[in-house]
Design a protein around this ligand. Structure first.
Ligand code: ADP
Length: 383
């Protein structure tokens, strides 16, 4: 019986991204390779649906009560060291997920709540969990460990995990195809730049380093997050304002980055302000570009010379302005911008000039499609 069930062709896959107060969904036809529907339920538990089950009820209604969904793929924030790959959800997997809530107290309950709600509402339909951290689990210890007493790693699991893994993995596969190389032989620096941003160093198709850390706070300058900062600066700020850890968390995650530097978390606003001569916006963009270029240089070394630098995410796919500021800092790598080619938006293309030692390519990401593909592949294999 079981075998017959798992061998069923996975055609329609629902992808769920269940956040603390919102639920995003997309429905794919895997045979046609098409997206059939897409939507968002907001204000869960604060004016909208009471909980994730109620939100999912709304999704079912929006989809017209479908009876033909073969599988459901879920975006899950944190797999820690437990989940190095996407996994079919079983009672044992759910029990392990419950133990990982401490790694994402805000997101994990919503992610797990979304899975449980699907199990109730779509009875008998298999669920797959796809983790933001999984792609980065190949990082060597020298990249993943922090230089603090190892007891904190042993006791609390404090180390670098990295996020946006599904996006970095998707564009790694896309880049291999774009370059005509085998995915297991490709060396890249992948730059996912959106509201949250991270870079990954990819060697032979595997992640060897990434800029985010224990949480998504580390690394680049982001919309509302500060990225890298001297830990002692945080202590000084806490002491001065008599801030609690929770207040400090809010300050660094929600009230820093572009928002704190230049009054908006949206990169388009900052670009528009800089264009009009706003000095704070100009500095914010230069800080963002500088730190990105700094990591591109470092990661190019780590991967032993990249076959390409890949740009993706809302900013990477659309902002000629930010891309130009970054690429202009990469001259020492033998990279030059093709200003005309850099006008592209939201589609694949090379933006570096002919003769550049390393091509810079824009490749749109699609995390939902990656989740749908994993879901179909895992259940198709009968695992
Ligand atoms: P998220 O990280 O929430 O998925 P996105 O990947 O959609 O976000 O990225 C959102 C960011 O992309 C915003 O800062 C937005 O200003 C920026 N962005 C989108 N289009 C453009 C554009 N044409 N020029 C500059 N920035 C853009």
């Amino acid at each position: 019986m079981k075998n017959m069930k798992t061998k069923k062709t996975i055609r329609k896959v629902l992808v769920i991204n269940s956040g603390s107060s919102s639920l995003k969904y997309q429905l794919f036809d895997m045979e046609k390779g098409e997206r059939l529907a897409k939507g968002l339920v907001e204000r869960i538990g604060c004016g909208g649906p009471a909980d994730h089950a109620a939100a999912l009820g709304q999704v079912v209604a929006e989809l017209g009560n479908p009876k033909d969904i073969d599988a459901i793929g879920h975006r899950v924030l944190h797999g820690a060291e437990v989940f190095k790959d996407s996994v079919a959800v079983t009672p044992a997997v759910l029990a392990k997920l419950d133990k990982l809530v401490k790694f994402g107290p805000l997101h994990m309950p919503a992610n797990i709540g979304g899975i449980r709600a699907c199990q109730r509402i779509f009875k008998g339909v298999p669920n797959v969990a796809v983790f933001d951290t999984a792609f980065h689990q190949t990082m060597p210890d020298c990249a993943a460990m922090y230089a603090i007493d190892p007891k904190y790693y042993k006791k609390l699991g404090i180390r670098k995990y990295g996020f946006h893994g599904t996006s970095h993995r998707f564009v790694t596969l896309e880049a291999a195809r774009f370059l005509g190389k085998s995915p297991s032989k490709v060396n890249l620096v992948t730059c996912h730049m959106g509201n949250g941003s991270s870079l990954a160093a990819v060697k032979n198709g595997e992640c060897v380093d990434t800029t985010m850390g224990l949480t998504p706070l580390a690394g680049l300058v982001m919309g509302t997050r500060c990225g890298d900062i001297d830990a002692a600066a945080v202590l000084a700020i806490m002491e001065d304002g008599k801030l609690t850890p929770a207040e400090t968390d809010t300050l660094l995650n929600k009230k820093s980055g572009l928002l704190a530097l230049a009054g908006s978390s949206d990169c388009r606003d900052i670009c528009a302000k800089a264009e009009k001569g706003d000095k704070a916006a100009e500095l914010a963009l230069e800080m963002l570009a500088y730190r990105t270029a700094l990591y591109i240089g470092a990661y190019n070394t780590i991967v032993g010379g990249a076959d390409a630098i890949v740009m993706t995410g809302g900013i990477g796919e659309n902002s000629s302005e930010v891309r130009e500021r970054i690429v202009n800092r990469l001259g020492a790598l033998g990279i030059k911008l093709d200003k005309k080619a850099n006008k592209i938006r939201g589609k694949a293309g090379t933006i570096s000039a002919k003769g550049s030692k390393i091509p810079v390519v824009v490749l749109p990401t699609n995390e939902e499609l990656m989740i749908a593909r994993d879901t179909a592949a895992i259940l198709g294999r009968g695992k």
